[in-house]
Design a protein around this ligand. Structure first.
Ligand code: UGA
Length: 434
């Protein structure tokens, strides 16, 4: 099939590349000329495991091309994906200007039937708004479909190629037929393509992310309570996760959820509810708890150092909001750095992929180390903010020689408690015994 993808951000690029991989002809279009030029020269603009192989292969085979020219991109496309940003506006509601702007541009160019897909996370009613833009500007028949994506950064290729489910919001039989054909190769194992109306599909995306954020937040609160009552959150997690209705996944407590999706989507759903005079109370609680959880390590430090962090020097392992990404948006590490600097402490940080992005925001207010052990030099304590694999089984002998004190505050529960006692560490983690 012939496909256009508008927007080559994270979602657009993964979508375009993975659609090319099953034999479709994909043209990706972006307004950023420098970025398009780079991609035309075979340079991949994001870090995502496994994506580079598919990216280069499909470019080489001529199935994946890049342009800044919207007219060229959509001319022969049967399906047009819109993968554009929907940042929170000043009031927390999603800003639809990119999507509605693109819809307007497309509507002035189309000459034959096309399916327009909203791939971005958008508020309920957006498909109707996009459809209205087309109705206003063209008499050509168009179907606007909601098709949210559920891929996770770090495992995006796998999530796209083998999705748990594909959600498609449309009431048009013609669009359904085309999309069944398009997504058929990705659901061969029998995972469902769920057809529903546009509004239900739009809400599904927000509800999924908000539910997951709530699940994590619930566990973070259980962990906080575990510390107070002397219980062990690992045991509680296993105890409740064995119940299929709860499930084992996404129950890991830590230093709060971050990233470009959960914080934005929980806020947007709460705001959308507000606009319909519905007070979505649980989401408010989730947002409040998560704000506090992001700096729970600093609270622990303040307690340990009796409210005085002035002149203390900390090693920080992990900057990205989660492993296998260089994404630092809403990363707890940034909040931790901010608090530590406010309290007069200094920080030496290491992250396998996120350093450049943090440098762009934090600059030289902290030190950046070229490896995890260098960060420990002269540190009063080690703080762990991201569960990268390289932090899971470090060389403890080397650490001992470098760290001034054997003190670790671990926001991701990486180490076995007994092992840390044997090694003689003061080891403070989340929801577990000291
Ligand atoms: C999330 C969803 O998982 C995807 O399904 C969705 O498509 C995506 O948002 C999106 O809307 O685009 P992502 O933001 O890549 O994906 O990251 P997750 O792996 O879901 O992690 C989100 C946050 O939750 C991270 O800060 C992570 O550290 C935290 N988390 C996750 C926990 O604290 N505990 C857990 O058990 C799991």
């Amino acid at each position: 099939m012939k496909i256009a993808v508008i927007g080559t951000g994270y979602v657009g690029l993964v979508t375009g590349t993975c659609l090319a991989e099953t034999g479709n002809d994909v043209i990706c279009v972006d307004v950023n000329e420098a970025k398009v030029l780079k991609m035309q020269n075979g340079e991949i603009p994001i870090y995502e495991p496994g994506l580079d192989i598919l990216f280069h292969r499909n470019i080489a085979q001529g199935r994946l091309v890049f342009t800044t020219d919207l007219a060229v991109a959509i001319k022969d496309a049967q399906i047009i994906f819109m993968a554009l940003p929907t940042p929170p506006g000043g009031d927390g509601a999603a800003d639809l200007s990119y999507i509605l702007g693109a819809a307007k541009d497309i509507s002035k160019l189309v000459t034959e039937y096309k399916v327009i897909i909203n791939k971005s996370t958008v508020p309920v009613g957006t498909a109707d708004k996009v459809q209205a833009v087309f109705t206003e500007n063209t008499s050509v028949e168009i179907d606007v479909v909601s098709n949210p994506e559920f891929l996770r950064e770090g495992v995006a290729v796998d999530d796209f190629m083998k999705p748990d489910r594909v959600v498609i919001g449309t009431r048009s039989e013609r669009a359904k037929k085309l999309l069944l054909e398009l997504y058929g190769p990705y659901v061969r194992q029998g995972n469902p393509i769920l057809f529903m109306d546009e509004r239900s599909s739009e809400l599904t995306k927000y509800a999924a992310n908000s539910f997951l954020a709530t699940k994590i937040t619930f566990m973070n609160e259980v962990a906080n309570l575990c510390e107070i009552v002397g219980a062990d959150v690992d045991a509680v997690r296993k105890g409740i996760g064995s119940d299929d209705r709860i499930g084992k996944r996404f129950l890991f407590p830590g230093i709060g959820y971050g990233g470009s999706c959960f914080p934005k989507d929980v806020q947007a759903l709460a705001k959308a509810a507000d606009e319909h005079n519905y007070d979505f109370q649980i989401l408010r609680a989730v947002m409040n708890v998560n704000e506090k959880q992001k700096v729970v390590l600093v609270d622990k430090l303040l307690k340990y150092y009796k409210n005085d962090l002035k002149g203390k020097h900390f090693a920080l392992w992990g900057l990205a909001f989660k492993p296998e990404t260089d994404d630092i948006r809403e990363a707890p590490a940034l909040y931790i750095i901010n608090e530590l600097l406010k309290h007069g402490a200094t920080v030496a940080a290491f992250d396998p992929e996120g350093v450049n992005n943090v440098k762009a925001v934090v600059g030289d207010k902290i030190q950046y180390s070229s490896n995890q052990y260098e960060a420990l030099e002269g540190a009063d304590a080690l703080l762990i903010a991201t569960e990268w694999s390289v932090f899971r089984n470090p060389d403890f002998d080397r650490m001992e020689q470098t760290l001034t004190n054997k003190v670790i505050f671990d926001g991701r529960n990486l180490y076995d408690l007994e092992k840390m006692i044997d090694l003689g560490y003061y080891y403070n983690s989340i929801g577990r015994k000291l």
